[in-house]
Design a protein around this ligand. Structure first.
Ligand SMILES: [Zn+2]
Length: 121
């Protein structure tokens, strides 16, 4: 598998499981039509149609592309359930359930720096 070289800040999030500052990521308010792919390996992770405005400060989705995301077996009571790219294991963010923000009642809270947006498709 080809892995894109990562910057220090990308490594801090994708490899060391860091979190970017709320409202600071480049895709927080992105409403364009397209697909979000893993910044490290390029695997498609989320479709723009599943992104919703959560006001939490990070890009939020209530559905992943089937099979693209791996959930940690452990749920941290404070930070939620960690999600990683199923292809390369890169850290994406956390999943929160039961907030009643959408009909699916789930929020994938993802760092902008963990993926890249490809407009179109
Ligand atoms: Zn990946």
């Amino acid at each position: 598998m080809y892995l894109n070289p990562l910057t220090e800040e990308e490594k801090r999030v994708l490899i060391d499981k860091g979190t970017e500052m709320p409202f600071a990521g480049e895709y927080v308010n992105n409403t364009a039509h397209g697909v979000y792919v893993c910044r490290q390996c390029g695997a498609p992770l989320y479709n723009s149609k599943d992104k919703f405005e959560s006001t939490c400060g990070w890009p939020s989705f209530d559905q992943e592309i089937p099979g693209a995301i791996k959930r940690a077996s452990y749920i941290d009571p404070r930070f939620g359930q960690e999600i990683t790219c199923a292809s390369c294991g890169g850290h994406l963010g956390h999943i929160f359930e039961g907030e009643m923000l959408t009909d699916k009642n789930i929020r994938h809270c993802v760092n902008s720096i963990s993926f890249k947006f490809i407009e179109g498709k």
